[in-house]
Design a protein around this ligand. Sequence first.
Ligand SMILES: Nc1ncnc2c1ncn2[C@@H]1O[C@H](COP(=O)(O)OP(=O)(O)OP(=O)(O)O)[C@@H](O)[C@H]1O
Ligand SMILES: [Mg+2]
Length: 228
Amino acid sequence: MSIQPSENSKIIDIVKVTKIYPPDVMALRDVSFTARRGELIFLTGASGAGKTTLLKLLTCIERPTKGLIEIGGNDINKLNSTAVQKLRQRIGVAYQDFRLLPKQTVFQNIAMAMEVRLKSPREIKQRVNELLEMLSITDKRNNPSGKLSRGEQQRVAIARAAANAPPLLLADEPTGNLDDEATAKVMALFDQLNTQGSTIIIATHDTSIFKDTHHRLLHLQHGQITEK
Ligand SMILES: Nc1ncnc2c1ncn2[C@@H]1O[C@H](COP(=O)(O)OP(=O)(O)OP(=O)(O)O)[C@@H](O)[C@H]1O
Ligand SMILES: [Mg+2]
């Protein structure tokens, strides 16, 4: 499957998606929205509103109870496990709980995303160093990621998601552990990627990052979505 920019302008199409966690937690209720290539979208909503669930559906970590999800024109619930793996390699995801390998260094954690895409060691080194510099964590480059502060780990997770300048980047509460300065750096990185063509969805309840935005705001409340 390809989610490269040459195709139609819809990158995500979600139609009437409901997600019920057994036995009866209605996390998403009849949610529909379309994301076009090159958009940056803030997905807002209170804790428990369903933001993480929606992002998990986009990477097939969870499956919808009802409804259709297309990425790049393909129904992702029809993909076999090899195709799901390929899809995941093309989506950069910064998880809310980071999901770093704690014993691996910061460099290794970020490099990993590029290694699976068979990038050259030279390109990997250059890109990882650039990201470390942009997010002010160069001094942690060779430290095991498990020994970092939460704010530092969060930036490593974001750098890993951004490493391949993916066509689609999903960031789950990416500034939850960051101070204002680090928040600004992360948002500058997202802006740069978005300008270069990445479609980005940022799930957040940090109003400081979207209060003056000209980008789209989608709001989730009790599992239902509205556009602001
Ligand atoms: N694996 C699960 N099993 C059962 N219920 C779940 C599971 N994951 C999430 N939920 C429930 O689904 C609802 C939506 O959760 P979700 O994690 O998507 O919210 P969120 O908007 O990301 O919240 P937060 O801002 O706290 O991260 C909540 O009521 C939550 O308790
Ligand atoms: Mg969440």
